[in-house]
Design a protein around this ligand. Structure first.
Ligand SMILES: [Zn+2]
Length: 109
């Protein structure tokens, strides 16, 4: 499962930065275009945390909106779609936001 690998790397990153510190909460930014399903991420987070300093920690997920800019007509727009298409029909769209997957905050007990 995609999300399990992601949560495992989140746990690894946190334990590497804060070795031995008991963690109360982790806040991650998840872009709407990242392909990550928040519910699945929550579920896997619990599994990945078991037996680590993150055991019992809560996971806050901040959704980052998908944002694209068309290279043909330079329109900027919100998108939740993977295949980003501009209203003008162009597929030459630069993704400006929404692919985030990063740890924003870690709260130590
Ligand atoms: Zn366009």
């Amino acid at each position: 499962m995609h999300e399990l690998a992601i949560t495992e790397s989140i746990v690894a990153a946190v334990t590497e930065k804060l070795p031995g510190a008991p963690i109360r909460r982790v806040c991650v930014e998840v872009g709407e275009l990242s392909g990550v399903v928040p519910d699945a991420l929550r579920f896997c987070f619990e599994l990945a945390c078991a037996g680590t300093t993150l055991e019992g920690a809560s996971l806050d997920i901040v959704r980052m909106p998908g944002r694209g800019q068309c290279q043909s007509c330079s329109a900027e727009f919100d998108t939740t779609d993977f295949l980003v298409l501009c209203a003008c029909g162009s597929a030459e769209v630069t993704v400006l936001g929404g692919r985030e997957l990063r740890i924003r905050e870690v709260e130590v007990v």
